[in-house]
Design a protein around this ligand. Structure first.
Ligand code: FAD
Length: 344
């Protein structure tokens, strides 16, 4: 799959690899660190053997401190948890958060700055790169050394090997589905330090303003990290019919996904979109009902362990990537499946 490479340009990486100090922008919610942050720590461990990893948590109040305490033991390779506790960081606005990373970097000098390729990380890290006047390397799926990475291009149809040759810190966003977290047996607690923000200056002219946030109360697992994903396509035809997909997801303890066509038709909200311009998923089981298998959709599911597809059309491209394919009508197959699962 490796199509392009600029590896002919040679610079010595041995010196760099000796001094790897990584700052990771952590994501947390309700007093807990998100799984994608731990995957980003796993990725940081591939940068080189002699590396130290610091996690940066920003926010305000008791849930931030709870998350910091959890972050201190989230992975044995984390040596320090830095906490920026201020009302300025109550909401994840890109401008102050990017400035915070720059502020911390000026005091502690990191060779690498990482965040996950979530919408949170993708909002903030390019701005950090702009502040530092460096080129970010985004969507990293493999780390070959401290400055050599593999990332997808052309909607995931080719993998590109890139070497970072900039003078400043290497700024990376990590596609976390490529860095699974293995069970951690070693228990080790990192130190927790509160950042002194007395010299931190906010922009006098703020370009963005927090308006509100809406989250859906659901028992279902997060789409990006679910072990089972059940996806419906345009063929599901309505909001009402999508309830079948939801019911199946509930039965299998999975998350619901959708194609862009289903989202555009208004059957489900757009945070359920899977694919190039949606979420990248890598579950153990991915079930696609009435999904044609467009290249932009496949870009988001190709790391799934087992893909099951149900489609009326035997020539649908989804069958080329499916491990199990059933040519059939989803309106017959899903009720039958629900009935059989009921019996168990
Ligand atoms: P269709 O392509 O219309 O397929 C419907 C399928 O359902 C057909 O294969 C049909 O045979 C089958 N079917 C019909 N009735 C039944 C039935 N009763 N039972 C079983 N099967 C049935 N798409 C994404 O999904 N995610 C993205 O992130 C994304 N990003 C994009 C980015 C760009 C820049 C562009 C240009 C496009 C993007 N798209 C994305 C859109 C993508 O190209 C496709 O249009 C979309 O994925 C098609 O969705 P679909 O499979 O639901 O619909």
């Amino acid at each position: 799959k490796l199509l392009t490479s600029n590896s002919h340009r040679s610079i010595s990486i041995t010196n760099l690899s000796r001094y790897i100090t990584t700052l990771i922008l952590a994501e947390h919610e309700s007093g807990s660190i998100k799984p994608q942050t731990v995957s980003t720590v796993v990725a940081a461990n591939h940068l080189g053997e002699s590396s130290s990893v610091s996690l940066l948590l920003a926010g305000s109040g008791s849930s931030l401190q709870e998350a910091a305490s959890q972050a201190a033991s989230c992975h044995p390779s984390v040596s320090e948890v830095l906490v920026a506790d201020s009302d300025i960081f109550e909401y994840p606005l890109a401008e102050p958060w990017a400035k915070l990373i720059d502020f911390v970097r000026q005091q502690r000098h990191y060779s690498h700055i990482l965040a996950s390729s979530s919408s949170f990380g993708k909002n903030i890290l390019p701005r950090v790169a702009a502040l530092l006047d460096v080129s970010p390397v985004t969507d990293v799926v493999k780390i070959l050394g401290s400055n050599e990475f593999i990332r997808p291009i052309y909607a995931g149809n080719a993998l590109c090997r890139v070497r970072y040759t900039g003078a400043g810190p290497c700024v990376l966003t990590i596609r976390t589905t490529s860095f699974p977290v293995t069970p951690i047996t070693e228990s080790k607690r990192a130190t927790i330090s509160q950042i002194d923000l007395s010299n931190f200056k906010e922009d006098s002219v703020s370009r963005s303003r927090y308006m509100g946030q809406s989250t859906q109360d659901t028992e279902r697992p997060d789409l990006g990290s679910a072990r089972v994903v059940i996806t419906g396509g345009r063929a599901v035809k309505s909001v009402e019919n999508f309830k079948m997909i939801e019911k199946l997801a509930e039965k299998l303890g999975g998350a619901v996904g959708a194609t862009r066509a289903a989202v555009d038709a208004g059957y489900v909200p757009n945070d359920l979109q899977v694919g190039q311009t949606g979420k990248i998923v890598a579950p153990e089981l991915y079930m696609a009902f009435g999904v044609s298998g467009a290249i932009q959709h496949l870009a988001g599911i190709k790391d799934s362990k087992v893909i099951v597809a149900v489609n009326k059309d035997a020539d649908a491209p989804i069958f080329q990537v499916a491990d199990y394919g059933l040519v059939g009508d989803l309106f017959e197959v899903i009720p039958e499946l629900l009935e059989k699962l009921q019996e168990k």
